[in-house]
Design a protein around this ligand. Structure first.
Ligand SMILES: N[C@@H](CCC[C@H](N)C(=O)O)C(=O)O
Length: 298
């Protein structure tokens, strides 16, 4: 990764404990390869994170230049293993929080370009006690591509799963007990082979009450994380279909509370298909990366 010999500024942030290394690069001068991402996200030898948010002006990045007229900023999101993902729901809230923190944006409405298209973010003003307000994101429409018959398995246990695409792919399985997902140190198996050619995020879900669920997730490229925003949206969409609350059928919004190990997200699917997610986003620290460390082998 090219950078100044004086070091590369970074920040650390999280949204419901889905944590990110934030690398500001407004003019798109950095070439951040998968190896550099994996080193930065390493929890022992690096800074540590479930993923990396490369903050770049849309006009300055080849993947987003066409969106520059709609959104000034592009969230170039990477998973902890260095792989690229189309979208990150917790990441886009943290991304927006960073832009306000750095003085690049004001609280209020902010479009953000992502590989899944432009997402509209609303950043609430800080409360009277100075505590940061929540952030709501229009996550776009869910796509439920089928086929029926998808199955998720961990060890000897198997569950039917729903294929929900929130810009990135998800397999949502309703289970009797979240512990049945095991330690999730490796990816659950998903069948039939070939349904998810680019890999998949897998959600395990239990009911907590009416329109209230809890979940765990194994993320493509990051392993088990303490939260996944796109995953929570996929879960709410799947739960609404299961519960006979599909807003396109009822004409009423479906509102779900989704509890994750790292916190709570509120998800609303509207009759026009838009899925909104509301949750917190926190900047934890800022510092400077030693360029010698980053470029050194091993
Ligand atoms: N944690 C994210 C999703 C990040 C991308 C995912 N691992 C993928 O590869 O699709 C979220 O909050 O949505």
């Amino acid at each position: 990764m090219a950078g100044s010999v004086h070091g590369l500024p970074f920040l650390k942030g999280h949204g419901t404990e889905n944590d990110f290394v934030i690398v500001p690069d407004p003019d798109g001068l950095l070439d951040i390869g998968p190896g550099a991402v994996a080193r930065l996200c390493d929890r022992r030898a690096g800074i540590g994170g479930d993923g990396l948010l490369h903050v770049v002006r849309s006009a300055a990045h080849p993947e987003s230049a066409a969106l520059a007229g709609e959104a000034e900023w592009f969230m170039d999101y990477r998973n902890a293993d260095g792989s690229i993902a189309e979208m990150c729901g917790n990441g886009v809230r943290v991304f927006a929080r960073y832009l306000v923190h750095a003085g690049y944006a004001e609280p209020g409405d902010l479009p953000v370009a992502t590989r899944a298209g432009v997402r509209r973010v609303h950043i609430a003003k800080d409360g009277p006690d100075g505590r940061p307000g929540g952030i709501t994101v229009d996550m776009g429409r869910a796509v439920l591509p089928g086929p029926d018959g998808i199955e998720v398995a961990v060890g000897p246990r198997r569950w039917p799963a729903r294929n929900v695409n929130m810009g990135n792919p998800h397999a949502v399985a309703f289970v009797a007990d979240l512990d049945h997902a095991g330690d999730l140190l490796s990816a659950p198996s998903v069948a039939p082979a070939g349904v998810y050619p680019d890999g998949v995020n897998v959600e395990f879900v239990v009911d907590r009450g009416p329109a209230h669920v809890a979940m765990r997730v194994h993320e493509r490229g990051s392993g088990e994380t303490r939260s996944c925003g796109t995953g929570a949206c996929a879960v709410a969409v799947a739960a609404a279909r299961r519960d006979g609350a599909d807003p396109a059928v009822t004409g009423r919004p479906a509102e779900y509370t989704v509890d994750l190990p790292g916190g709570r997200l509120l998800i609303t699917e509207h009759p026009d298909g838009r899925v909104e997610m509301t949750g917190p986003a926190v900047i934890v620290a800022e510092g400077v990366i030693d360029p010698g460390w980053l470029t050194a082998a091993g």
